[in-house]
Design a protein around this ligand. Structure first.
Ligand SMILES: NC(=O)c1ccc[n+]([C@@H]2O[C@H](COP(=O)([O-])OP(=O)(O)OC[C@H]3O[C@@H](n4cnc5c(N)ncnc54)[C@H](O)[C@@H]3O)[C@@H](O)[C@H]2O)c1
Length: 366
């Protein structure tokens, strides 16, 4: 869906449309606002796979009684610097926001806080949560599992056993954008294989295996039986590292939160995406490191001074590509391809938006 020729929708209008859909579905104004904030921000950063295109899947999940509207994060155990929070299958965009608010408050008081969130409906782009911490001046790292939804093979394995479990870490900088590393531990995101399949394109080598465990560049192995699997990040050569990180995301995110990991008994049977996340949030001011930020900046400057390798246009620090896309899309609007746009409209109608309203939105936004 990262199509630069797709029609552009002004950011504020797309945000208002998303709010209208969820308010119509029964969300409180605050919930609709948080969901719109998150989905539109994901599009702004260029991660369209986690933006407004998720709405149809969320509406399916609501229909299946898996996604619970207007649910809130509830603290199930509080031992000061460690909080265990249950998301009650509420909107991830709400319960993760609330879990971060709790963790931020504690980290400011105690220097550090580990927040384990379980049982949240899809929490989307994880960088959003790291940015919430960074806005409060705090560093953080996040281990996330996609509970019971395997798409990735273990290194050396030939079928799907693990979710696309994202890892994220962010470092705040006074008066500057934070450094934000945020990626799925699969070699490519699942959404990118769907886009390639729809466009009749291949995916880069090292990203996929077929049902026999043989490397392939054909995305149909993710869409048609017999199913293949995504490779862990690192592919054929370094996939043991991606697999290891994905495994620790399962265990820290899924097990330590009191949620669940992916195995035979927990395989997801509906459209719901359930995430568990362990976030460790730390106040840089609590360390004996007055030069931490200057040292971070000096390092970034140092790596950026490397001569460019053939084909490279520039060297990015973590989070920089997202910021560049954000600036461009804030100015020019968010591209939404016609198929995704139709799917969102159908989902809006299924969520209860009256036909007249849907028509008005369509006319306004196209
Ligand atoms: N909630 C879930 O269940 C779930 C599951 C999987 C992924 N996700 C989200 O999907 C999103 C996309 O993940 P992805 O793996 O496709 O991301 P990606 O492959 O685009 O990698 C993104 C990361 O790499 C950095 N980066 C990108 N290009 C770079 C370059 N040329 N040089 C230096 N750094 C660069 C970015 O700043 C960012 O930190 C993430 O936001 C992730 O949190 C969510």
């Amino acid at each position: 869906m990262n199509d630069t020729r797709a029609p552009r929708i002004p950011v504020d209008q797309l945000h208002a449309y998303v709010r209208a859909i969820w308010e119509q579905a029964g969300s409180s104004p605050r919930e609709a606002q948080l969901v719109a904030d998150h989905l539109v921000a994901a599009n702004l950063t260029g991660h369209d796979s986690h933006g407004v295109g998720m709405i149809p899947r969320y509406v399916d999940s609501l229909r299946d009684h898996e996604l619970k509207l207007n649910a809130h994060a509830s603290v199930v155990k509080d031992v000061g610097a460690v909080l265990t929070v249950d998301g009650g299958k509420g909107f991830g965009q709400v319960v993760a926001h609330e879990a971060m608010e709790l963790g931020i408050e504690r980290a400011k008081k105690l220097g550090v806080c580990a927040v384990a969130l379980r049982n949240a409906h899809h929490i989307g782009r994880i960088g959003h949560w790291a940015e919430q911490c960074a806005k409060a001046g705090l560093a953080s790292f996040h281990f996330v599992n996609v509970a019971g939804d395997p798409l990735v093979a273990p290194f050396g394995g030939a079928d799907r056993r693990i979710g696309t479990n994202p890892f994220c870490a962010a470092f705040p900088r006074e008066g500057k954008a934070p450094l934000v590393l945020d990626f799925a531990t699969s070699a490519v995101a699942y959404g990118k294989t769907r886009v390639a399949y729809n466009q009749g394109k291949q995916v880069p080598p090292g990203a996929l295996i077929d049902h026999e465990g043989k490397p392939t560049v054909e995305p149909k192995v993710m869409m048609e039986e017999p199913f293949g699997a995504l490779m862990p990040v690192g592919g054929q050569a370094g996939g043991h590292k991606g697999f290891g990180l994905a495994a620790m995301c399962e265990i820290f995110g899924g097990a330590l939160s009191g949620g669940y990991t992916t195995h035979e008994d927990t395989l997801q049977k509906t459209n719901a995406i359930i995430n568990c996340m362990l976030s460790v949030i730390a106040d840089p001011a609590a360390f004996d490191a007055p030069n931490a930020e200057a040292e971070a900046d000096a390092f970034v400057e140092w790596v950026k001074a490397s001569p460019l390798a053939g084909g490279a246009e520039r060297i990015y620090a973590p989070g920089e590509p997202e910021r560049a896309t954000r600036a461009e899309r804030e100015a020019n609007g968010i591209p939404v391809d016609p198929q995704t746009w139709r799917q969102i409209r159908e989902a809006a109608l299924a969520a209860g938006l009256p036909q007249d309203d849907a028509d008005r939105w369509s006319a306004r936004l196209q």
